[in-house]
Design a protein around this ligand. Structure first.
Ligand code: HEM
Length: 100
């Protein structure tokens, strides 16, 4: 497999996994009681206590943010093209015919 294809596959799968982790731990944190109550009640969201949820959420969140950056760089040309075409359509709709 070519290096760029491998990098794309690695980026996409890391994004999918970290997004799921951030989403699930984020939902857990949304319903979590305060730190003290969680400790006293031995509160768990599936397998994880509040502190583990916070750590997983923070690590996966920052990893996901870094991979989003790589994802944007890898797909910059297509993204810029889509933005240009959207902008052209909007300009045409509001101001009539545009050049190009
Ligand atoms: C699907 C996206 C996300 C959801 C649904 C989500 C949800 C949440 C929720 C509900 C909390 C707890 C807030 C509270 O206790 O007041 C939280 C805390 C936090 N989130 Fe997220 N979040 C998301 C994405 C991210 C990302 C991308 C990052 C990092 C770049 C991040 C970093 C953090 C940090 C550092 C905390 C504080 C954790 C702590 O209490 O130590 N989150 N998030």
């Amino acid at each position: 497999m070519a290096d760029i294809v491998r990098l794309r596959a690695l980026t996409s799968s890391t994004l999918a996994v970290t997004f799921l982790m951030v989403l699930v731990t984020g939902i857990g944190l949304y319903f979590a009681p305060s730190g003290r109550t969680a400790r006293i009640d031995n509160w768990h969201f599936f397998l994880w206590n509040r502190m583990q949820l916070e750590n997983l959420h923070t690590i996966a969140g920052f990893l996901m943010s870094a991979v989003v950056g790589i994802h944007l760089i890898l797909n910059y040309r297509m993204f810029a093209g889509e933005l240009r075409s959207l902008l052209r359509k909007l300009l045409k709709k509001h101001f009539g015919k545009t050049s190009g």
